[in-house]
Design a protein around this ligand. Structure first.
Ligand SMILES: Cc1cc2nc3c(=O)[nH]c(=O)nc-3n(C[C@H](O)[C@H](O)[C@H](O)COP(=O)(O)OP(=O)(O)OC[C@H]3O[C@@H](n4cnc5c(N)ncnc54)[C@H](O)[C@@H]3O)c2cc1C
Length: 421
């Protein structure tokens, strides 16, 4: 039974010195058997478990996480939520996710602090402007909000932006998605965990998967469970949503994924008073910025330039991000860098995800979100839960199957996926 969070309950708990709050979710030990086991306690794995229970009534489910929930990329990202993608397939997928985000705090009864402050993409040349006209119009044709901006409008949105023309890459305009914004990343993981746990899902931390239990051979080979640090768990269906570790799980299962793993880093300045009430992205300079509710300027950039499973970034990329930030906002040179970190992201050649069955029967995957899967947590969970519960691919996920690497129907979102890579 979940304890409801409300102003009334907050007041009532204050009378007892806030000592009576129940843990947000049940810490479970694995049972020998489940209907479905989801590997990976990031946002996608937890959302999958929640929608299995909520949308399909499948509650005999375990989420097994090798560390702590939200300790992967879900707790390491720069929290940008947007749906400014180019192709109709992606627009449908990501906009469905933004719509779910819009109601998520109420649905989960957990404040995920979704702030639709708008995200502006900056143009630094005539060619950028031409591209952005095409991009913003494509979004509108796909039913996603977007507005073109001239230089004056950009300046009005970001008064501290260097607009004197003295910078190496002067800003000529851009476009904005006003419904885009940021959400508190670990609250998304905790909110889904709490809601899933209340519906009966077991969340098992410190339980890394070390192998798959299979039966049969050849095309009849099927997964019947997992071998974990806490023993064997049998299941009718298994899914993995482990981001940068996807290739390692595929290796365990005996097939290859068209995925490579890279370090992606981010950093924050010391906290200051509000200086930037919008998110911005400069594809040319390779950075994006926002200011957190705590006042830190959050800075992100491109991938490190070599493959890695390390959760730390290289100094060269840190330098590039800081240099580009100061180019755009010279006054930020007086801020001290407070923290820098990285996550391991899973990149697919067309920068689009994979959500669906694998070559091994009863085994499903959600991966390939690369640098941009935080915004997709609701839809990633929704569509993976659908195929796990019904055996049928959800229409939003249909273009994002593994088979596209055989048919060649790739959805190349490299530009819209964030920073060019
Ligand atoms: C620095 C940075 C900035 C980013 N910024 C943004 C952004 O602004 N907007 C956006 O939309 N996206 C962003 N992203 C991408 C986004 O964070 C990811 O795409 C998303 O969080 C992926 O979620 P997930 O649940 O698939 O993976 P994760 O959150 O990484 O969760 C996977 C989990 O699987 C677990 N795991 C791995 N192997 C095993 C195993 N063998 N057994 C059990 N568990 C295992 C891991 O411990 C981990 O907790 C950013 C990423 C980084 C690193």
């Amino acid at each position: 039974m979940r304890q409801r969070y409300s102003a009334w309950n907050l007041l009532a708990a204050a009378r007892g010195g806030h000592t009576d709050w129940a843990p947000a979710w049940r810490e479970a030990e694995p049972k020998p058997r489940y209907d479905i086991v989801v590997i990976g306690g990031g946002g996608h794995g937890l959302a999958t478990a929640y929608y299995l229970a909520k949308n399909h009534g499948v509650t005999n489910v375990a989420v097994v996480e090798k560390g702590w929930i939200g300790g992967g990329n879900t707790g390491r990202n720069t929290t940008v939520v947007r749906s400014n993608y180019l192709y109709p397939e992606s627009a449908r997928l990501y906009d469905f996710s933004v719509k779910l985000y819009e109601g998520l705090s109420q649905e989960l009864n957990f404040n995920i602090m979704f702030s639709q402050r708008g995200i502006a993409t900056l143009a630094h040349s005539r060619h950028d402007l031409d591209n952005m006209v095409q991009w913003a119009n494509a979004m509108r044709l796909n039913g996603v909000d977007s507005e073109l901006l001239d230089a004056k409008q950009v300046q009005a949105l970001m008064p501290r932006l260097e607009m004197s023309g003295a910078s190496r890459f002067p800003v000529l305009g851009g476009f904005i998605q006003r419904r885009a914004g940021t959400a508190r990343h670990d609250a998304v993981a905790w909110g889904y965990a709490r809601a899933a746990s209340a519906l009966g899902v077991d969340i098992v931390q410190n339980c890394g998967v070390e192998g798959f239990l299979t039966e049969g051979s050849g095309s009849e080979r099927k997964v019947v469970g997992v071998r974990t640090a806490k023993g064997e768990i049998r299941a009718d269906r298994v899914a993995f949503a482990v981001a940068g570790s996807s290739t390692l799980l595929a290796d365990m299962a005996g097939f290859r994924l068209p995925v490579t793993s890279w370090s992606l880093q981010a950093m924050v300045s010391e906290p200051v008073k509000p200086v930037l009430d919008i998110g911005l992205l400069s594809p040319v300079l390779g950075i994006y910025l926002s200011q957190s509710d705590k006042g830190e300027v959050v800075m992100g950039g491109g991938l490190d330039r070599f493959n890695s499973y390390a959760q730390r970034g290289s100094f060269a990329t840190t330098q590039d991000v800081v240099a580009a930030t100061i180019d755009l906002f010279p006054s930020f040179s007086r801020l001290r860098l407070l923290r820098q970190w990285a996550g391991t992201v899973d990149l697919v050649q067309d920068s689009s995800p994979i959500i669906g069955p694998t070559p091994l029967r009863n085994l499903y995957v959600n991966c390939g979100w690369g640098t941009g899967g935080f915004k997709a947590i609701p839809v990633g969970g929704w569509t993976l839960a659908h195929v796990l519960a019904t055996g049928k691919t959800h229409e939003l996920a249909a273009p994002f199957q593994l088979e596209r690497f055989h048919t060649g129907r790739l959805i190349d979102e490299a530009a819209a996926s964030g920073i060019a890579h």
